[in-house]
Design a protein around this ligand. Sequence first.
Ligand code: ADE
Length: 243
Amino acid sequence: MQFEVFTLLPEVFSPYLESSILQRARQHGLIDVRVHNIRDYTHDKHHTTDDIPYGGGGGMVMKPEPIFEGVESILGPKAGCPIILLTPQGRVFNQTIAQELSGHEKIALICGRYEGVDERIRKHLVTDEISIGDYVLTGGEIPALILIDAVSRLIPGVLGDPDGAADDSHASGLLEYPHYTRPPEFRGESVPDILLSGDHAKIAKWRREQSLLRTLERRPDLLEKAQLTDEDHKFLLKQKGNR
Ligand code: ADE
């Protein structure tokens, strides 16, 4: 999968992409992240990428010409892939969107800076706008890295364990069950006996129940959309009755 990133801060990408699982994925040719400096597509002496807003007001606005030129020269006039602007005004990123994007061969990401981007970029260049949450950052670079990370780990082979992403929190619409590793007792707290029992059916049932319980306690909103079995519903009803 190929990511074409357009940014004014190309240097922030390599430290993360050169560590972590993403480095391995890149070395194995599973993902390819190309970072393009928007400033390289300016033609004036000062390499201007922003300007004051028409109508007045504070802040600066990213100019349309270098972004259009950069994206069109890298993707060609008919891109045929999603061109995503990272902006707090976009649809809020989640696991379903990550799944949807992981099906594409190529994605272009435009990182906004300053007060925003010229509206013509939204209207005539980008095909999608994504926010990583209801708060405002200084730019779209960290959001782009978050998107690259979440999408990449869904690509087959990126995680060492082929089922690695299947049990994730949010993958099934529920939060994940609690994990334990050695030692069996730590500071007076023991690992639940069932996890040491070797009974895989019982462990699976316990994990499902813990997952339901955790979601009920922390994110009850998720239960409305999760795919639940009759047994799940019965378990949840019992829990609600106990409260
Ligand atoms: N740029 C600034 N804040 C952002 C956010 N929350 N999501 C995506 N891009 C952003």
